[in-house]
Design a protein around this ligand. Structure first.
Ligand SMILES: Cc1cc2nc3c(=O)[nH]c(=O)nc-3n(C[C@H](O)[C@H](O)[C@H](O)COP(=O)(O)OP(=O)(O)OC[C@H]3O[C@@H](n4cnc5c(N)ncnc54)[C@H](O)[C@@H]3O)c2cc1C
Length: 486
C-alpha cells in the first residue's frame, strides 16, 4: 500500500466496507482516488487478523450475510470471492431456549404463510401468543417509507404493546430479533426501523444465512486493494483525517494527522457519525443537521473466540432466545464454517450484543460464562477444555437505531457543499449492516459519476416483497400515491 501524498480526483476517508466499495467503483470507472484510513488495517468493523497464539485468522467479531444482501454479494461477485460465503442449507435458523430447540424453516408457500408452519410448531408459545401478532403483521404488510417515518419517534416496545402483542411473544421473538438484528433492546429501538426489517422477514419468499468461509476481511480487502491500485489509486494507512478545511462554505481540503493537506475534486467521508462530527469545524458541527451526528450512540459488542480441545457439534450457527441471564446471543462454530476446517476441534465464536451490562466483567469471567452458555446448548462442551481464548471488546458494532434516528440518517449529498457521506448509518433505507455500507459507498460513487456526466448505476435496490405481503404492500402504496395526487 502506498505512502506519500497526492492530488486525486476523489479523496475517500475511511477504509471500511463503505469506503472500499466506493473506491473500487470509482477506480474501475477511471477516477484517481486516494483513500485515507486512520488505522493500520483496512476493513473497519469487518476487519480480520491472524491470532498470534493459534495462527488462525479471526474477525473483530463473527458476522452473518443474508442472501438478500444484493449489493454486498454483488461487491463480492465483482471481486471474485462470492463463492467463499458458506450458506446454511437445511434450515433458516436454530433457536435455543435452555435445552429446548426450535428450528425455523421457510416453506414453499407465499409469504407470510411460508413462516406459518415453523411458527405453528413452536411448542413453548400458546396460540394466544402467536395470534396476538395480527395487528403488527397487518401494519408490517403496509409498510413504506412514510409509515417508517411516522413511527420513527416511537419505541418498538410501545408499538408492540399498542398492537396488543402478548408479553410472552414479545420476550420470545421480538426482543430476540430486535437485539440480534437492530443491536438494541426494544425499548431503545425506533419502531419504524424495526418494522422495516420485520416486513422483509415476513415478505421475502426465500432467504438464507451465510458466513465467510475465510476471514471476513479476506473476502474483500486483498481484491479491493488490487483493483484500486490497478486504477492508479492510492491507499494511505495510519493516516487519520483530523479536520475538514472549508472555504466559502464549501469543503476545500483535508487536514491529515501529520499536518499535511490534501486537495481533491470530490470528497467522500465513509466513517461512523461521531468520527465525522469530529472532523467538522466547530461552527459547522454546532448546527443542524451536523449537530445531530452526536445523537447516534454506539451499540457496543464483546465477541469471544474459544478454541476447544475437541469437536463439539456439526452445527454452524445457533442463537439464544433473549434472556437477561445470558451474556451471548449468537454462536458460530468456525470449524464447520471455514474452508478445510471440518476435521478440526471446535472454535466457537459468539457475540454479546449491546454489551454494557458485561463491561465490568473480566475476560476470564466472560470466557467462563460463555463456556457455560455453550454447554447449555452442547452438553459435551462441559467436559471439554479450552485450549485458547480471545475476547474482543468492540466499542461500536453499529450506531444504535434509537427512536428518532431514522430521520437523522444523513443523505449521500450533505448540507456542506462538496461533502458526500457513506457508511452503514447513512440514509440507505436499510438497517446498519454490511449491505447498507456497500450500498452507501456505491451511492456516493454514483453521485460523483453523475457530476461528471456519467449515468452509471452501481447500487441495486431492495427487491419487491413477495406473496400476499407483496400484493398488500403494493396496493397500499398505490392508494397512498393516489391519495397524494388526488
Ligand atoms: C462484532 C460485529 C458484528 C457484526 N455483525 C454483523 C452481521 O452479522 N451482519 C452485518 O451485515 N453487519 C454486522 N456488523 C456491522 C458491520 O460490520 C458494519 O455495518 C460495517 O462493517 C460498517 O462498514 P462502514 O464502512 O460503514 O464503517 P466502518 O467499518 O466503521 O469503517 C469506517 C472506517 O473509517 C476509519 N476512520 C474513522 N475515523 C477516521 C479518520 N478520522 N480518518 C480516516 N479514517 C477514519 C475507521 O478506522 C474505519 O476503518 C457487525 C459489526 C461488528 C463490530
Amino acid at each position: 500500500m502506498s505512502e506519500g501524498s497526492s492530488s486525486p480526483d476523489v479523496a475517500i476517508i475511511g477504509g471500511g466496507l463503505a469506503g472500499l466499495a466506493c473506491a473500487v467503483a470509482l477506480s474501475e470507472s477511471g477516477f484517481s482516488i486516494a483513500l485515507y484510513e486512520a488505522s493500520s488495517r483496512l476493513a473497519g468493523r469487518a476487519q480480520s487478523w491472524t491470532d498470534s497464539v493459534s495462527g488462525d485468522c479471526i474477525d473483530l467479531g463473527p458476522h452473518i450475510f443474508l442472501s438478500e444482501y444484493r449489493n454486498a454479494l454483488s461487491f463480492l461477485q465483482r471481486l471474485n470471492t462470492r463463492h467463499r460465503v458458506s450458506w446454511e442449507t437445511d434450515r433458516l435458523i436454530r433457536l435455543r431456549e435452555g435445552a429446548h430447540i426450535t428450528d425455523m424453516f421457510l416453506q414453499r408457500l407465499p409469504p407470510p404463510l411460508h413462516l406459518a408452519t415453523s411458527m405453528a410448531r413452536v411448542k413453548t408459545l400458546s396460540w394466544h401468543d402467536k395470534l396476538s401478532n395480527r395487528r403488527i403483521l397487518q401494519l408490517a404488510m403496509r409498510v413504506d417509507e412514510q409509515l417508517i417515518h411516522e413511527l420513527d419517534g416511537m419505541s418498538a416496545m410501545d408499538l408492540l404493546r399498542q398492537c396488543g402483542v402478548s408479553k410472552r411473544f414479545i420476550q420470545w421473538f421480538w426482543s430476540t430479533a430486535c437485539l440480534t438484528v437492530m443491536n438494541v433492546p426494544l425499548e431503545q429501538c425506533s419502531a419504524g426501523a424495526l418494522l422495516r426489517v420485520f416486513a422483509q422477514l415476513i415478505g421475502r419468499r426465500r432467504y438464507r444465512i451465510g458466513f465467510a468461509a475465510c476471514g471476513l476481511a479476506e473476502l474483500f480487502v486483498p481484491e479491493a486493494v488490487k483493483r484500486i491500485e490497478q486504477g492508479a489509486g492510492r491507499i494511505y494507512l495510519g493516516a487519520p483525517v483530523r479536520q475538514f478545511l472549508i472555504r466559502d462554505s464549501t469543503l476545500d481540503g483535508l487536514l491529515l494527522g501529520d499536518g499535511s493537506h490534501v486537495r481533491a475534486r470530490h470528497y467522500v467521508c465513509a466513517v461512523p457519525p461521531r468520527e465525522l462530527h469530529s472532523m467538522l469545524p466547530e461552527h459547522v458541527g454546532a448546527i443542524h443537521p451536523f449537530k445531530e451526528l452526536l445523537s447516534f450512540e454506539p451499540s457496543p459488542y464483546i465477541s469471544t473466540y474459544l478454541w476447544f480441545d475437541r469437536k463439539l457439534t456439526d452445527e454452524k450457527f445457533w442463537a439464544f432466545i433473549n434472556d437477561a441471564s445470558h451474556l451471548n446471543s449468537d454462536f458460530y462454530d468456525l470449524s464447520n464454517i471455514r474452508e478445510g476446517w471440518q476435521a478440526r476441534p471446535s472454535l466457537i465464536a459468539s457475540n454479546i450484543i449491546f454489551s454494557h451490562r458485561s463491561h465490568s466483567l473480566s475476560d476470564e469471567q466472560i470466557v467462563r460464562q460463555t463456556h457455560e452458555e455453550i454447554s447449555v446448548a452442547l452438553p459435551t462442551a462441559r467436559n471439554a477444555m479450552i485450549a485458547h481464548a480471545v475476547v474482543n471488546r468492540i466499542p461500536l458494532a453499529i450506531p444504535c437505531p434509537k427512536p428518532g434516528t431514522e430521520a437523522k440518517r444523513m443523505p449521500t449529498v450533505t448540507a456542506l457543499a462538496g461533502l458526500l457521506v457513506a457508511g452503514d448509518w447513512t440514509r440507505t433505507h436499510l438497517p446498519a449492516c454490511m449491505e447498507s455500507a456497500v450500498y452507501s459507498g456505491w451511492s456516493a460513487a454514483e453521485v460523483i459519476l453523475r457530476a461528471r456526466g456519467r449515468d452509471e448505476e452501481w447500487t441495486l435496490p431492495v427487491k419487491r416483497l413477495d406473496g400476499f405481503v407483496g400484493v398488500i404492500n403494493r396496493v397500499n402504496r398505490r392508494r397512498a400515491f393516489e391519495g397524494k395526487t388526488a
